[in-house]
Write a protein that binds this ligand. Structure first.
Ligand SMILES: Nc1ncnc2c1ncn2[C@@H]1O[C@H](COP(=O)(O)OP(=O)(O)OP(=O)(O)O)[C@@H](O)[C@H]1O
Ligand SMILES: O=P(O)(O)OC[C@H]1O[C@H](OP(=O)(O)OP(=O)(O)O)[C@H](O)[C@@H]1O
Ligand SMILES: O=C(O)c1cccnc1
Length: 483
């Protein structure tokens, strides 16, 4: 399923019924659609944007096989003309996005798809599926990695992920969020992520005794011998037996040793295990902890002084268990008529929080040139003239529910965030970096943010503004009842 390479039907029926309808009614018209987030997981103030590389690759592969067309025909709801269009499907959308790994904020367009309505509509569900999932997991990984304060975090979640694709793409996202390795071999193969791990309790149980199990492991993997010490009694037998095996191996010149603790009070067990290892001369032997860890437990372990070098994190990371939904949306911002005119569109719903930003838009990150820190993001109309150095500009909060909406920006530097990834022929305009390049970029962009915006508990809000012209356009559309 993961390698199938054709996800054209991984979507909701209504995308196809609308596309079929657009061909009937508005074949010439084009649309500008934006993906953005409203409510963020774990009461955070930003998400780590992930899934862009995967999404672009899937769009480039988008096509229809005969069996897809047979299936669609069999539904008896689509015209022959539409089925012919799909048979000869030729990608014709321009796709722009914020660079993968960037911390992004509510309401700003992170991806924009512009192209024939009949086509751009078809991508909604697939793009949201990929970007919501990977952004959610990368954001959770960022929290866990932040709590680990420089200790490595290994992704261990494949067995608890919600199905195969979530395990594989979740591992990709976990690395974007800062994990250093995965236990998931398919993710390792597919994305070049280093695979790492220790052993399961079954290895130890399969032998007559713990020492024999450890010795056998040491014989097979002397170069990197990491032993699970909690099957019977961590301090009473696990660590002493591990030390016996390390003694045997170190006499043969090996020195890469470690233990893993997977139950009990990890602080007490790890600090005592550390003392025992150090006393035996193995102060370089690493201690890995696992067992339903998350950022809160890791913070608690760190504050208690647990002696952990590596954290193995599975279920809570791969499912973002504390906040398992990211509801990014794909909204129509403007329609281009057959005569070339772009007409802005707005969605006005009962809840003011769901009001959309109309028009074709761009996003800027605004830096204080004196400190080099970003102070806010600014969503503009593409037609707005935004100088690199803004001396003074009146802006409004992008949040329609904000109490204090008007602000004046003074002396800030504006950096464009969205860039073109695919042109209207589907040709790549910006190279897709590998997952560790994305991780590095993400780290650098996170480092720019003031720490108050990044803290795990009640972080400070980061403002997102809109220009006056964008605001005026929105208000005009609301007043005209968006006709
Ligand atoms: N010092 C600690 N501070 C906070 N949480 C901890 C600490 N030590 C362990 N934990 C966490 O407490 C939770 C429960 O641990 P416990 O060993 O009782 O797990 P368990 O799953 O019931 O045990 P087992 O894995 O042996 O079945 C786990 O999520 C574990 O990571
Ligand atoms: O707890 P996670 O963060 O998901 O990390 C992965 C878990 O997977 C393994 O457990 P296993 O499947 O053997 O079950 P267990 O809970 O009985 O240890 C391992 O021993 C970890 O505890
Ligand atoms: O290699 C490990 O130690 C491992 C891998 C997956 C899940 N739990 C542990």
């Amino acid at each position: 399923m993961i390698e199938q390479g054709n996800l054209a039907l991984l979507t909701d029926l209504y995308e196809y019924t609308m596309a079929n309808g657009f061909q009937h009614e508005m074949e010439e018209e084009r649309g500008s659609f934006d993906i953005f987030f409203r409510k963020l997981p774990d009461n955070g103030r930003f998400v780590v944007l992930a899934g862009i590389g995967t999404a672009i690759e899937e769009l480039q592969k988008f096509h229809f096989d005969e069996e897809d067309l047979d299936y669609l025909r069999g539904l008896e709801i689509f015209s022959d003309k539409f089925l012919d269009y799909l048979r000869n499907f030729k990608f014709a959308c321009k796709v722009s996005a914020i660079t993968e790994g960037t911390p992004v904020f509510p309401r700003e367009p992170v991806v924009t798809v512009e192209g024939p309505l009949i086509q751009a509509q078809l991508f909604e569900t697939l793009l949201l599926n990929i970007i919501n999932h990977q952004t959610l997991i990368a954001t959770k990984a960022r929290r866990i990695v932040a709590a680990a304060k420089g200790r490595t975090v290994m992704e261990f979640g494949a067995r608890r992920a919600q199905g195969p694709a979530s395990a594989v793409y979740g591992a990709r996202a976990a690395v974007i969020g800062g994990c250093t390795s995965t236990s998931n071999m398919l993710a390792g193969q597919k994305f070049g992520i280093p695979v790492a791990g220790t052993m399961a309790h079954s290895w130890i149980e399969a032998f007559d005794d713990e020492l024999s199990a450890f010795e056998a492991w040491g014989r097979i993997y002397p170069n990197n011998c990491s032993l699970l010490v909690d099957t019977y009694d961590v301090l009473g037998s696990g660590v002493p037996n591990a030390i016996k095996v390390f003694d045997q191996l170190s006499k043969q010149g090996y020195e890469n040793f470690g233990i893993r603790i997977d139950s009990g009070d990890i602080t007490q067990l790890s600090t005592q295990a550390r003392e025992m290892l150090d006393l035996a001369g193995y102060n370089k032997a690493t201690i890995t902890a696992s067992n339903a860890l998350d950022e809160e437990i890791i913070q608690s372990l760190m504050s208690e002084g647990a002696a952990i070098d590596n954290f193995g994190v599975g279920e809570n990371l791969i499912t973002s268990a504390s906040s398992p939904v990211l509801s990014g949306v794909y909204k129509l911002g403007a329609v281009q008529k057959a005569d070339g005119r772009w007409v802005p569109k707005v969605k006005v719903s009962a809840s003011i929080g769901k009001l959309t930003l109309p028009g074709r838009k761009q996003v800027y990150r605004l830096y204080d040139p004196r400190t080099g820190s970003p102070i806010a993001d600014l969503v503009t109309l593409r037609s707005d003239d935004i100088p690199e150095n803004i001396e003074e500009m009146k802006v409004l909060s992008a949040d329609p529910e904000a109490t204090k909406r008007f602000q004046t920006l003074k002396n800030v530097t504006a950096v464009t965030l969205q860039k073109e990834f695919l042109n209207e022929k589907g040709e790549l305009q910006t190279e897709l970096p590998n997952v560790f390049e994305v991780q590095k970029y993400s780290k650098a962009k996170l480092a720019e943010l003031p720490s108050a915006k990044k803290r795990l508990l009640y972080p400070d809000e980061y403002p997102v503004y809109i220009t006056e012209s964008l605001y005026d356009q929105q208000q005009e559309l609301i007043e005209n009842n968006s006709l």
